[in-house]
Design a protein around this ligand. Sequence first.
Ligand code: BG6
Length: 489
Amino acid sequence: MNKKEYVFPEGFLWGGATAANQCEGAWNVDGKGMTVEDCLPYREVGVADFTKQFAFSTKDIEEALNAGPEANYPKRRGIDFYHHYKEDIKMFAEMGYKVFRMSIAWSRIFTNPDDLEPNEKGIAFYEDMFKELKKYNIEPLVTLSHYDPHIKLVTDYRGWYSREVIDMFTKFAKVCFERFGKYAKYWLTFNEVDAMLRHPLTSGALVEDRFTDMPFEQAIYQAMHNQLVASAKAVKMCHEIVPESQVGCMLTKLCFYPFTCKPEDNLANQKRMRDIYKYCDIQVFGEYPKYLLKEIERKGLDIYKPEEDLKILKEGTVDFVSFSYYMTSCMAMKTEGLDMAPGNTVNGVKNPYLPSSEWGWQTDPTGLRISLVELYDRYRKPLFIVENGLGAKDVVKDGKVHDPYRIEYLREHVKAMSDAINEDGVDLWGYTWWGCIDLVSESTRQMSKRYGFIYVDVDDYGNGSYERIKKDSFYYYKQVIESNGKDLD
Ligand code: BG6
């Protein structure tokens, strides 16, 4: 029998992805303001328990603001990409990247979110990074907001619940489009826009103990609305300022299967999936879906959304849909007595047919194909996989890192993409591997949860030389890109 061929369209955008708060470090350098992420301490609470990682109170803020240099706040140091980006981009170019997904730290461009003038040193940093990418013909894919609101939004405002944050954010977006539009054509507004529901702190600068006058859910849904208005305004503005631009939304593509074929498990699953899509639906269709309006009504939430906002949502719909995809799990109407599995800031019923990563995430390449088809059928917009990858513990031996597990994960997901394109007719623009260089984990803040093709010598406590080492997967991905996805052996 002939071996199956995996092919990709000409010009397919292969690359890697990072986020400023997880890699840059240099948290208080050159006028950068302090962010929520800079205030999240390292916590030894077990790999699976993301809820404890995100539990955060006013007392934690005070501690962070007064912490000395010995305190362990991993995002403050990241992998020091701020000072290493030239060397790192050179290695991305060696792998053959066509695209590099990065985010701009709002707090570098505006030290305080309510400042009137931007910080020129912050602008110069990104301008230089864009020039460096251009040198190697790597197209930037820029996320405006990847989980790093200013801490000032918590202390002096009420996070994204405060309506004035919309204007502060659009002021930041405008500076980015005006100053960086000549370098970047692909833009995303908010990373994992649905994440406000799961971790309102890092997405929305919302700290529960600051909302004693209302149910916290009311604050979350209002903050979400405000963020969507800001997103739509940014999309419209980007189209006006950068005429060639393509602006996308970004969702966490969590994929659940019904645990059994019982109709009630199917119903539970359908509800869960709608929960994942509800905000992306607004960004694509420009209006609140009926099921979300019903949910808001049922919960008795009072969301302020004047007519002018609804008009803005209509005018600021996106050009493409991007998403993160790592794992799948199952849904059941009744979960008592069932084994549960952790995932990307969610817990689901464990799927007995899937293997798990060291962090318990159930890896599932077929789920990627299913997700691509589902998203394409739902939205009829080009798709972009902007995060996919395997977090694992790597070992350096004789200056080398052998990571066959990562190669295997990559290979199977590349095959799934090819099938979705060639057999299912999905329009997929590109693929950026998450954490293409090791960086600090979002949910656990560990360095030891490594995704990269490039190893960075720093541990969970900040010890190490920050030296970069190419892993075996570095050479494998290079080969995949060189052959445009054909050579997978
Ligand atoms: C995505 C986030 O949800 O998952 C990233 O956009 C994050 O910021 C990635 O790093 C992987 O999750 P984790 O918790 O393993 O870092």
